[in-house]
Design a protein around this ligand. Structure first.
Ligand code: GLN
Ligand code: ZN
Length: 763
């Protein structure tokens, strides 16, 4: 029988119940038993939702108190030894110490899960890593599902992806050296699942979609032959990219099924299907697990009919990847415009889509005369209606934007002069000292600021009172910077709750949900805006704040914008046109804002692109295509200014060395980057590449309240000077200061200015 299933469900809860329970537990407000109860309720609710939608199996193993990779380590008894836990008796508190650290232990490192905004905890591999003991959470949750009468498919991160995602800490040459120890642990788990009556286990091997060195590929047949010997049927899940290059490897693996992400990489179906092994399940991930759009059910049905004719019951229907990357339930969106709402599907709605598609496929294959279920027909009709309406909606298609796009020329992406020329005029205009000091944009967002913003939004604070509250803050921030003797000032961004939301709220084509939360890490969630239509700037967005700030001082105050790639990357993006085109639309809107700032007398404009590197595709061979359009978008938004207007950009902590030609091609006059945590090592590439423009490498870490000493920053600056010529070196913190308090901010910036002055005196 064709099966409908999902790879995983969001664990955070429709009302973020898990978040609030976790935080209450960490504060000591509730007991572990209360927290456990919340977890149990969420699991049961989510299984109930899957079964209620008609899915053939519920997914067990996707729940985690903090993170799914940490869960896997806990199950296998492989938490880093440095914590000194008793692997045979791991506790929930041990688990949280590993995730969050405590006074004695630094937390495990966290990094992005492939190209998503979810962060996992990075396994630490050493010569002593063992896979013994562990906690029974998976078996307990399985028992829980079974006791409630659910048919459970168990999901686990596969052994090779687990090894790959970890970091070798010491005593090993390569993570694969641990495979001989790891496989017996997986074998034990699989044997227990088999004994517990589990029919299917889903092993996630997302690394199969990456470009892999041969030793990783060679490990698959070896590992899976061992695992398959005594195990429930294995469904090998791949996602986030195509695995079509791995056809021979995949076809030869002794697994009972393979899941393909047919949203990200639909073309792989055609290339993999002809040689699909007889009797092997193909789980077709056709409902988008990464985005919030309603599926085109009729189109999917037509597309899958021939596949079903070929595979019969071995064709399964699923979402493309775990639904943890989308919000839980559209039902909660009572304030969304009705049209837009009708175009969307969150996790709960996607369950119904998967089921409807499966039903329709079964029906299509059934002997003539069998009537399709009315609910399925209604689901298809509703989707058809919503999609037709979306295709033609005037909310989406804005002729002004279309006209503007048609007028873009290559010259729009070029400054009038090259940097070496422009900088001369800029130097004359600004007369900055050597090693100019600046900050990245935000200053401490105090409770008073946040309250004023919230009150204004609620309508509890009158417009003029709000204006005055923000202006008072700007006066304060400018005054403090002048007192610190900083050279290039900022207005402090008090009016911004979030660097994407602030702009999205003022642009057409963006929608905001009330409750569209997605887990970012642990208890932290983000609520990405939805870009549904052509992006258009009806009026100025930042000019009045910047103009006011600049009126208070003769020193330059930087205008402050969020760049097109970051606006894109931190939103749910429309799927009816290429990302590159949406980025270009945002760039044009920003270009107008840049121009208005310039007209208002703002001489320096910073366009932040912290998410620039995040946008890189998973496969290196696709990088150039992305970088080309991303750089183009930046240039279009920034190149419309006069030579004497100085364009800045800012990027947070990332490796730039492998993409430096593109960073240089953005052609910002000044780039500020986060470097202090790498001890300036991130700068090395900029030196050897001879990065041509000016650079402000962050001289202190803003993530901690610690006040850096003058000498520390001097030392970092000396390191920077060995790589960057003095004439092009700026002095600034790593990033914005909005999460810091005032006292530490003033102390740290005071020391920073001092370090710059000492350096100036010494040259
Ligand atoms: N201008 C922003 C700020 O200072 C930049 C934030 C970021 O890089 N993430 O807050
Ligand atoms: Zn930053």
């Amino acid at each position: 029988m064709t099966q409908a299933h999902i790879l995983g469900f969001p664990r955070i809860g429709a009302q973020r119940e898990l978040k609030f329970a976790l935080e209450a537990y960490w504060r000591g407000d509730v007991t572990a038993a209360t927290l456990q109860e919340t977890g149990r309720e969420l699991r049961l609710r989510h299984w109930q939702q899957q079964a209620g939608a008609g899915l053939d199996m519920v997914t067990v193993g996707d729940f985690a108190w903090y993170d799914q990779v940490l869960n896997t380590l806990t199950l296998l008894g492989a938490l880093p030894e440095r914590f000194g836990f008793n692997a045979a008796a791991l506790t929930l508190d041990d688990y949280f110490v590993a995730a969050r650290g405590n006074t004695q232990h630094v937390a495990m490192e966290m990094t992005k899960w492939f190209d998503t905004n979810y962060h996992y905890l990075v396994p630490e591999w050493t010569a002593d890593t063992s896979f013994d003991g562990g906690a029974d959470w998976l078996f307990d949750e399985l028992a829980e599902a079974q006791a409630n009468g659910y048919r459970a498919k168990v999901v686990l991160l596969g052994p090779l992806s687990l090894l790959y995602l970890g970091k070798v800490k010491q005593g090993l040459q390569h993570p694969l050296e641990l495979l001989v120890r790891l496989l017996p642990a997986y074998q034990r788990v699989l044997a227990r699942l088999l004994a517990a009556g589990v029919e299917w286990v889903q092993l996630d091997e997302p690394i199969l979609a990456l470009e892999l060195a041969p030793q990783w590929l060679d490990a698959f047949p070896v590992a899976y032959r061992l695992l398959a010997a005594q195990s429930p049927k294995i469904l090998l899940a791949t996602y986030f990219e195509s695995v079509q290059d791995r056809a021979a490897l995949l076809h030869a693996l002794p697994v009972a099924g393979v899941h393909l992400d047919l949203v990200r990489a639909p073309q792989q179906l055609e290339s993999l299907l002809p040689d699909w092994p007889a009797g092997r399940v193909l789980s077709a991930g056709v409902v988008d697990g990464r985005n919030i759009w309603r599926a085109d059910l009729s189109h999917l049905l037509e597309w899958l009919k021939p596949v079903q004719a070929r595979l019969g019951d071995d064709l399964w229907i699923a979402a493309s990847c775990s639904l943890q990357h989308v919000p839980v339930d559209l039902e909660a969106e009572t304030a969304l415009d009705a049209d837009i709402r009708d175009w969307l599907a969150f996790a709960v709605q996607k369950l119904a889509e998967i089921q409807a598609l499966k039903q329709a496929l079964i029906h299509a294959a059934a002997p003539v005369g069998k009537v399709i279920h009315a609910a399925v027909a209604a689901q298809f009709a509703a989707a058809d209606r919503a999609l037709a309406q979306r295709r033609h909606s005037s909310r989406i298609h804005n002729p002004l934007v279309q006209k503007r796009l048609a007028q873009v020329t290559a010259a729009d992406a070029e400054r009038s002069s090259v940097f070496s020329q422009r900088i001369i005029g800029q130097q004359q205009r600004f007369q900055l000292p050597l090693f100019p000091t600046t900050t990245i944009g935000s200053f401490p967002q105090t409770a008073a600021i946040r309250q004023a913003r919230a009150a204004y939004k609620r309508g509890a604070l009158a417009h003029l009172d709000y204006l005055e509250a923000m202006r008072a803050e700007i006066r304060h921030v400018i005054g403090q910077q002048l007192a610190l003797d900083i050279d290039v000032l900022v207005h402090g961004e008090p009016e911004r709750n979030d660097m994407v939301e602030y702009f999205g709220e003022q642009l057409w084509g963006y929608a905001f949900t009330l409750n569209g939360w997605v887990q970012s890490y642990g208890s932290r969630c983000v609520k990405p805006p939805v870009i549904y239509g052509d992006v258009y700037r009806p009026e100025e967005m930042t000019v009045s704040w910047s103009r006011y700030a600049q009126s208070l001082t003769v020193r330059p105050v930087k205008g402050m914008l969020t760049g097109p790639v970051t606006m894109l990357q931190w939103s749910f993006v429309r799927d009816d046109q290429p990302r590159a085109l949406t980025a270009l639309q945002i760039a044009l809107a920003l270009r107008d804002e840049v121009s208005d700032l310039e007209k208002a007398g703002i001489g320096m404009i910073q366009i932040d692109e912290p998410a620039f590197r995040e946008g890189l595709p998973l496969k290196k061979r696709d990088w150039a295509a992305y970088l080309d359009w991303a750089v183009h978008a930046f240039r279009v938004c920034s190149a419309g200014v006069r030579d004497e207007t100085q364009i800045h950009t800012h990027m947070c902590y990332s490796e730039f060395n492998d993409i430096l030609p593109w960073i240089a091609a953005m052609d910002a006059d000044v780039i500020t980057i986060e470097t202090s945590r790498s001890d300036m090592e991130l700068l090395d590439g900029f030196g050897s590449f001879s990065y041509p423009n000016e650079i402000g490498p962050g001289v202190y870490d803003i993530h901690s309240p610690r006040i850096p000493r003058v000498s520390e920053m001097q030392r970092l600056l000396e390191k920077a000077r060995s790589v960057i010529p003095d004439s092009r070196l700026w002095v600034n913190p790593d990033c914005g200061l909005k999460t810091r308090g005032w006292p530490e901010t003033l102390a740290a910036l005071g020391n920073m200015v001092q370090a710059a002055k000492l350096l100036r005196a010494a040259v």
